[in-house]
Ligand binder design. Structure first.
Ligand SMILES: Nc1nc2c(ncn2[C@@H]2O[C@H](COP(=O)(O)OP(=O)(O)OP(=O)(O)O)[C@@H](O)[C@H]2O)c(=O)[nH]1
Ligand SMILES: [Mg+2]
Length: 620
């Protein structure tokens, strides 16, 4: 019975997304206002048979079905989630919703509510709804219902989550092998053969966007029928944007383009065959619709259509997509030739020269023998296998991207923390505080930095320090030292940790002898001291590798009690350095150090043949 199968939704409601939503109508008065065939066409009604009356009554009853919910939870969402992800943001949007627990696709109709405040549910339209509802085939989408209440005029159909054939062909990450192409082609031909032999007779808008693919990778033809409803849509050039207006017609046969408005809205069977030829070209070669040769820029759709419309002098001068030289599928050359010949025949200029879908079906069937002879499960498994292979490729690609990103993060961490510490953090281990018996710490400070800063802009100060520290960092890399931190104008370096080493004092001392040159404008005060420290990472957010212990303070005091352009060395560091005759050290004498009392300290004067220059008495 129609009322069980046939659902026409009315009533608008706001969806969670803020868009207008449509739900079942509880407003009987409203619905009763919809002109019914009986009151709009009373004369003709008299002639109706009992069966027709029953049909109409049932159809009217179906308008008042309650409790059928159609909640628009994702009016804005496009394609399936998979489609969106696969397409890497290049989504094509379609409206989706759930109806009776099933995902459905909603095609909004471009019907102007001012022109059509109410839909005339004519007998013809009701008949078309019934035909649509009764159509059932593996390779056409199931019609679920329609909303005939202004302004939410729309058609609701089965939702195919893998998107349209257009989406799939445009998705470079999806590889389609011979078997997959043949399977999709076979589905398309079977769907079209069924449509041509059904009451629908012809599609009229066959194109890649009207072939959708379900979760099992089965292709289904969609957006056919309901010509009566589509006739109310605004589809003129003035109402759509120019590009989409002409793009939609790219698959239309020349004979239909020539008669323009007079073309039947449901198209013709031979017209569908022409459209099929263009789809076949797209599927086989995976080039743009209307591929015109390598490097040839695609003309505006309007220009393409003008060329198609022109009557060719002969078949040689037919304006059709260019057939590339390379074989479109890995198959026997004879089979490939058969396919290409089929394509050429299908886009023949004279509609009578184009084969029927029954003939096309036989040819495609012969290609697809393998798939056909194997049972359904095998076929499905093959498709899934192909899909899985595609996914594997995708996973591999994404893994590479992930690894590249991970490496960037690790590199960054290695710059912020000593590599051995960073590695512990990366592997998720807590970094234990460590005690080091003897390390050497270097502190340097710019003399008169405060005065200099007060005369410079903050930006100039940052630039100056950046220049200086970049130079330091460059030198530091050549030695086994670790830059602990920079605090304003102070630069702190340590050697002997986290990787323990005996030549820590030497590594630090060699480091900076070179940097002091007579013509340098900045005057640095440098202090060094050796002793024990404890190192550890403090905090989990922005973790910092820190040194603790008296050695750190003493090193800092060595710097602050030093002189500009001199390297001040503690007696502990001197003890270590003097074991190496390459270092030239000079006794400074006894100096009073805050909290430490009198301390004997030294100047580091030279390393091998490099000397810290003498800058005159003021720096002695
Ligand atoms: N995932 C999915 N996407 C769909 C479905 N139906 C339509 N789409 C998407 O919506 C896009 C636009 O579809 P339509 O609004 O029908 O527009 P069209 O097919 O270009 O034009 P006409 O059907 O001729 O009006 C398609 O390219 C698909 O990406 C479906 O069932 N599933
Ligand atoms: Mg469509």
């Amino acid at each position: 019975m129609i009322d069980r199968k046939f659902s026409i939704f009315t009533r608008k409601k706001s969806s969670p997304t803020g868009e207008k939503a449509i739900e079942n109508n509880h407003n009987y008065d409203d619905r009763n206002n919809i002109s019914s065939p009986s009151n709009s066409n009373s004369n003709s009604q008299k002639k109706k048979s009992n069966a027709e009356d029953e049909f109409e009554n049932n159809a009217k009853k179906s308008l008042s079905i309650k409790n059928r919910k159609l909640s628009f939870y994702s009016i804005r969402s496009g394609g399936s989630v998979e489609t969106i992800q696969m397409q890497n943001n290049a989504q094509i949007f379609t409206h989706t919703s759930t109806y009776r627990g099933q995902m459905v696709a909603i095609k909004k109709l471009n019907i102007d509510p001012k022109k059509y405040p109410k839909l005339e549910l004519s007998r013809k339209l009701l008949m078309q709804f019934k035909i649509m509802k009764d159509l059932q085939h593996d390779h056409i989408t199931r019609f679920a219902g329609a909303c005939v209440d202004a302004p939410n005029y729309c058609i609701v159909t089965e939702y195919c989550p893998k998107g349209s054939l257009e989406d799939i062909l445009n998705n470079d990450t999806l590889k389609l092998d011979k078997m997959m192409k043949y399977s999709l082609l076979h589905d398309l031909v079977k769907g079209m053969y069924f449509l041509h032999n059904s009451e629908i007779r012809s599609h009229g808008k066959l194109k890649t966007s009207n072939c959708v693919v379900d979760s099992r990778f089965v292709l289904k033809v969609t957006d056919f029928g309901l010509a009566e409803l589509h006739a109310m849509e605004d589809t003129t050039e003035a109402q759509l944007d120019e590009h989409s207006f002409y793009k939609k017609k790219l698959w239309t046969a020349p004979e239909l383009l020539r008669i323009e408005e007079a073309a039947p809205p449901q198209g013709t069977q031979k017209g569908d065959v022409y459209s099929f030829a263009l789809i076949l070209h797209e599927m086989l070669y995976r080039k743009d619709a209307w591929y015109l040769g390598e490097g040839v820029e695609l003309p505006h759709p309007k220009e393409i259509l003008e060329n198609v419309k022109k009557s060719p002098i002969s078949d040689e001068f037919l304006y059709r997509p260019v057939i590339p030289e390379a074989s479109p599928v890995e198959d026997h050359p004879e089979t490939v030739k058969k396919l290409i010949d089929l394509m050429i025949n299908c886009w023949a200029e004279n509609p009578h020269d184009r084969p029927e879908f029954s003939v096309i079906r036989k040819i495609v069937h012969s290609l697809n023998k393998d798939n056909e002879t194997s049972n359904l499960v095998d076929n499905l498994l093959k498709r899934m296998e192909q899909y899985a292979t595609n996914l594997e490729g995708l996973v591999e690609e994404r893994t590479q991207e992930y690894l590249a990103e991970k490496k960037k993060v690790e590199d960054l961490l290695h710059q912020l923390l000593p590599p051995s510490v960073a590695d512990q953090l990366i592997t998720g281990h807590a970094v234990q505080a460590e005690s080091h018996d003897c390390v050497t710490i270097y502190f340097s400070d710019i003399v008169g930095f405060t005065a200099l800063s007060s005369k410079s802009t903050p930006m100039q100060v940052v630039t100056l320090l950046n220049d200086l520290y970049l130079a330091f960092d460059g030198v530091v890399d050549n030695f086994k030292v670790y830059k602990v931190e920079t605090i304003g104008d102070a630069y702190m370096v340590v050697s002997g940790l986290p990787d323990r080493r005996d030549d820590h004092a030497s590594q630090i001392a060699q480091n900076f002898v070179i940097r002091h040159r007579a013509n340098e404008q900045l005057k640095l005060r440098i202090g060094m001291h050796s002793g024990s420290v404890v190192s550890g990472v403090v905090g989990s957010k922005m973790p910092r590798y820190c040194l603790f212990g008296d050695t750190v303070n003493t090193s800092s005091r060595m710097e602050s009690n030093g002189l500009p352009l001199k390297i001040h060395v503690s007696s502990d560091t001197k003890e270590i350095l003097s074991k190496d005759p390459d270092f030239g050290l000079e006794l400074r004498g006894q100096i009073e150090m805050k909290g430490k009392g009198l301390q004997t300290t030294y100047w580091l004067k030279s390393y091998k043949d490099q000397c810290v220059p003498d800058f005159g008495p003021e720096f002695r």
